[in-house]
Design a protein around this ligand. Structure first.
Ligand code: CP
Length: 328
């Protein structure tokens, strides 16, 4: 099977996936539709394909990750690509090698696509300017996390069948959240109403310029909401105290059984993870019938397979044709 055999019609044309801000609604829908198609072709991600055979995907993670790194690796291997996992803490960065020299070195080993996570906003954009490879942003500081935004949107679309007309609340640490920005760009383009809600210290006022509504009382907005995405409090990015105590945060902004009972019956609860049980949501909600947290993880595999395929196509990478009678 060739890459062209699994690709479907739809606008794309991007060499890199750096964020959702610059993508059109049509391009976002191309990723979502391809993810759905790959779900069918791979029988739920269980059937391995060989459409990216010969392609090498490097995971360059300069920040910790469980979901994104594992998911990109598995997505690449499910499509027949080889993967290289780079861990900053055990690399020659400690000997003074620069970030760009590190990336160029890994690329020189025959890499075609680079997945990058870094604490500094704009790092994947910098890589895209220096490398020949296609670059996928796996989270750059507080800026964007495009594949998380796409998998969140796919999870919502799978539940409701559409995005247009839905009200989605992003609740929590909006100030430090790259997931919030990618969700905002993607959801607005697809016609959702987006409300951001959190302690006033964690919701920058200028966020309303993106086209979202700003709220500081979760109980007031909850009855209008179809989907709530509970963003983690990013303690590792905060300088100083943004609220008096975790207990107070959970009291005002945590999703719990009482709040679920006051919400719409069909409320969809998302959380990008990792979750802090008892802070953004109680275990009763995390493990309850409204929660799609593990569906998000499964959908992440489909979205990342779709993104890798689209970028491989733009890079002109084709699986080598097997010799007659040879194994594929
Ligand atoms: N949601 C997310 O990006 O999780 P990881 O940090 O585990 O990759």
């Amino acid at each position: 099977m060739q890459l062209s055999d699994i690709l479907i019609e739809g606008p794309w044309g991007e060499r890199h996936l750096l964020g959702l801000e610059k993508l059109s609604a049509g391009q976002i829908e191309t990723v979502l539709n391809l993810a759905e198609h790959l779900d069918r072709v791979t029988e739920g991600g269980t059937r391995k394909l060989d459409v990216l055979r010969g392609l090498v995907v490097a995971n360059l993670f300069f920040e910790n990750s469980t979901r994104t790194k594992t998911s990109f690796s598995l997505a690449a291997r499910r499509l027949g690509a080889d993967t290289v996992d780079f861990t900053a803490s055990s690399s020659s960065l400690s000997k003074g090698e620069t970030f760009i020299d590190t990336a160029l070195t890994i690329e020189a080993m025959g890499v075609h696509l680079v997945v990058c996570r870094h604490r500094t906003p704009g790092t994947p954009h910098l890589l895209a300017r220096h490398l020949k490879s296609g670059v996928l942003n796996a989270g750059d500081g507080t800026h964007e996390h495009p594949t998380q935004g796409l998998l969140d949107i796919l999870t919502i679309r799978r539940r409701f069948g559409h995005i247009h007309g839905l009200t989605v609340a992003l609740v929590g640490d909006i100030r430090h959240s790259r997931v919030a920005r990618s969700n905002i760009h993607g959801l607005l383009k697809l016609g959702a109403r987006v409300i951001v809600c959190g302690p006033s210290t964690l919701v920058p006022q200028e966020i309303s310029k993106l086209g979202v509504e700003v709220a500081c009382n979760l109980d007031k907005i909850l009855p209008e909401v179809d989907c709530v995405n509970l963003l983690r409090v990013q303690f590792e990015r905060q300088r100083g105290a943004f609220f008096p105590s975790i207990a107070e945060y959970a009291h005002f902004f945590g999703m719990n059984g009482q709040r679920i009972r006051r919400a719409k019956d069909h409320l969809l609860v998302l959380a990008p993870g990792p979750i802090n049980r008892g802070v953004e949501l109680t275990p009763e909600v995390a493990d309850g019938p409204h929660s799609a947290i593990l569906n998000q993880v499964s959908n992440g595999l489909l979205v990342r397979m779709a993104c890798l395929s689209l970028l491989a196509k733009e890079a002109g990478i084709q699986a080598p044709v097997a010799a007659a009678g040879g194994a594929v």
